[in-house]
Design a protein around this ligand. Structure first.
Ligand SMILES: Cc1cc2nc3c(=O)[nH]c(=O)nc-3n(C[C@H](O)[C@H](O)[C@H](O)COP(=O)(O)OP(=O)(O)OC[C@H]3O[C@@H](n4cnc5c(N)ncnc54)[C@H](O)[C@@H]3O)c2cc1C
Length: 397
C-alpha cells in the first residue's frame, strides 16, 4: 500500500520529528530499548510523561475539552508511528488510558476537575485494583469487603497482580458492598490513596526476574464516600466500561517495528549458505505474522476512529486484545528463533542507536521479553474470556 500524506500532515510529521530530536534523549531511548518487561520503570515513564505534558501532547486520545490534542486520525497515527520508530518510551496506561477515560465517562464533575489534571501532569500515578486471589476471570465474584460507615467506606481484604502498585500513589478499585444478590450487583467502584493507613504492598517477582506486579492488602482502610465513582452497589458497569479502554489496543506500531527488526536480523543469520530469512519455514511464519498484524492494525484504527468521535471502544476491543496478545507473543518467539543462542548474550544499547525497542534479537532483552510476553494472554482478561465476550456481545451467540 502506498500511503501519501497531505502537505499539512507531512508538516505535522516534521514537527513531531523536530520535537523528538529536541526532547528524546539517549537515556530515555536506552531505558525503553532495554526494558525487559511490559511496563517501563516509573522513573523513565514519568520523565517522558512530563515532557509530553509540557508540550500538551500527553493524552492524544482524550477529548480536547479535557486536555486532549484534538488531532485527527492521521495525526494520531503519525504520532504513534514516529514516536515508536524513534524508540520513545511507552507511557503507563493505568492513568491516561484507563482511569482518565473512565472518569470522563462516569466521574462526577468534582472528580473530573480534581483528578484529570493530575493524571495529565503525572502528579498522580495509578494502579488497577480489580483482580483478587480467588477472582480473576470470574471478576464479579470479588470479595474485598467495604462497609459503609457514615461518610466513608472501611475496606478489608486483598488485591493481587496489581501492576506498579509499588510506585503508584492512587488506585482505582472494585469493592464488595453487598453480597445478597447476583454477584454483579453489590460491587462499588472507588478511588483511593495508596498512602492511606492500612494499605500495604508486597512484591511478586516474575520468573524473568522483573518486578511489575504486587499483592496489596487492606486492613481497615478508610475511603471517603466522595471517592466513589457511580452509585453505591453499581460499580460493575463502570468497571466494564473501563475494561473496554484497557483492551482497546494501541500497541501495533511497536509490534510492527519489532517484526521489521526480526526480519532485518534474520537476513543476517547464515543458514546452509543462505540466510534464515530465505528459509521457507521461517519466512512463511514471518509473512503470516505480518498479514495478521495488518488485520489487527485495521481493528485498532477502527477503535481509534470511534474514540475520536467521542465513543467508547465497545466489545470489539476484546478482539483487539486477543489478537494483539497472540501477535506480541509470536513476534517474541520469532525473535528468539532468529537469535538462537545469541538471545542469551548481553549486547547493551549504544548511544546513537535509534532502532526500535521490543526485545530485538540478540539483545539483553530478547529472553526476558519472551518470558514476560507469555503473560499478555492473561493480563487484562485471558484470551478465553475475550472469546466468550466476542461470542456473546459481537456475534450474539
Ligand atoms: C502481568 C500481569 C499483570 C496484571 N496486572 C493486573 C492489574 O494491574 N490489576 C488487576 O486487577 N489485575 C491484573 N492482572 C490479573 C489479570 O487480570 C488476571 O490474571 C486475569 O484476569 C486471569 O485471572 P486469573 O489469573 O485468576 O486466572 P483464572 O481466572 O483462574 O483462569 C485460569 C484459566 O481458566 C480459564 N478460564 C477461566 N474462566 C473461563 C471461562 N469462563 N471460559 C473459558 N476459560 C476460562 C482462563 O482463561 C485461564 O486459562 C494481571 C495479570 C498479569 C499476568
Amino acid at each position: 500500500m502506498n500511503v501519501r500524506f497531505s502537505t499539512e500532515h507531512q508538516a505535522f510529521r516534521d514537527s513531531i520529528r523536530r520535537f523528538l530530536d529536541d526532547n528524546l534523549d539517549d537515556e530515555l531511548r536506552m531505558a525503553q530499548r532495554n526494558c525487559p518487561g511490559i511496563f517501563l520503570d516509573y522513573e523513565y515513564n514519568i520523565r517522558w510523561h512530563r515532557i509530553l505534558h509540557k508540550q500538551g501532547w500527553v493524552a492524544p486520545a482524550w477529548p480536547l475539552e479535557y486536555g486532549g490534542t484534538g488531532w485527527d486520525l492521521t495525526q494520531r497515527y503519525l504520532w504513534t508511528r514516529e514516536t515508536t520508530l524513534a524508540g520513545a518510551p511507552s507511557l503507563a496506561p493505568m492513568g491516561l488510558g484507563m482511569c482518565g477515560p473512565m472518569l470522563i465517562g462516569h466521574g462526577s464533575e468534582a472528580q473530573k476537575r480534581y483528578y484529570l489534571p493530575r493524571i495529565l501532569s503525572g502528579e498522580d500515578y495509578w494502579c488497577q485494583g480489580y483482580s483478587e486471589p480467588a477472582s480473576g476471570s470470574d471478576l464479579a465474584s470479588l470479595k474485598l469487603n467495604a462497609r459503609l460507615e457514615g461518610d466513608h467506606y472501611l475496606l478489608n481484604g486483598s488485591k493481587i497482580w496489581t501492576t506498579h502498585a509499588h510506585v503508584a500513589n492512587r488506585m482505582f478499585c472494585l469493592v464488595r458492598t453487598d453480597d445478597s444478590g447476583r454477584p454483579q450487583q453489590g460491587i462499588t467502584f472507588v478511588l483511593l490513596d495508596m498512602d492511606s493507613p492500612g494499605v500495604s504492598v508486597e512484591p511478586i517477582v516474575f520468573a524473568s526476574g522483573t518486578h511489575e506486579v504486587n499483592q496489596v492488602f487492606f486492613d481497615d482502610v478508610r475511603v471517603p464516600v466522595s471517592n466513589r465513582v457511580g452509585a453505591h452497589n453499581e460499580g460493575w458497569s463502570v468497571a466494564k466500561y473501563l475494561l473496554e479502554f484497557e483492551r482497546g489496543g494501541g500497541g501495533t506500531a511497536a509490534q510492527q517495528s519489532a517484526l521489521d527488526r526480526v526480519r532485518r536480523f534474520a537476513a543476517t543469520v547464515p543458514v546452509d549458505g543462505a540466510s534464515l530469512l530465505e528459509q521457507r519455514a521461517f519466512k512463511t511464519q514471518l509473512d503470516r505474522t505480518s498479514i495478521e498484524l495488518e488485520a489487527v492494525q485495521q481493528t485498532e484504527l477502527r477503535i481509534m476512529a470511534a474514540l475520536s468521535r467521542g465513543q467508547n471502544p465497545g466489545p470489539e476491543s476484546s478482539i483487539m486484545k486477543n489478537l494483539g496478545a497472540n501477535l506480541g507473543q509470536r513476534i517474541t518467539e520469532l525473535a528468539l528463533e532468529a537469535a538462537g543462542v545469541a538471545a542469551l548474550a548481553h549486547q547493551p544499547w549504544q548511544a546513537g542507536d535509534n532502532s526500535p525497542p521490543i526485545g530485538p534479537p540478540g539483545s539483553a532483552t530478547t529472553f526476558p521479553r519472551y518470558f514476560n510476553l507469555r503473560a499478555s494472554s492473561i493480563a487484562g482478561g485471558t484470551n478465553e474470556v475475550q472469546k466468550n465476550i466476542v461470542a456473546k456481545l459481537v456475534l450474539g451467540l
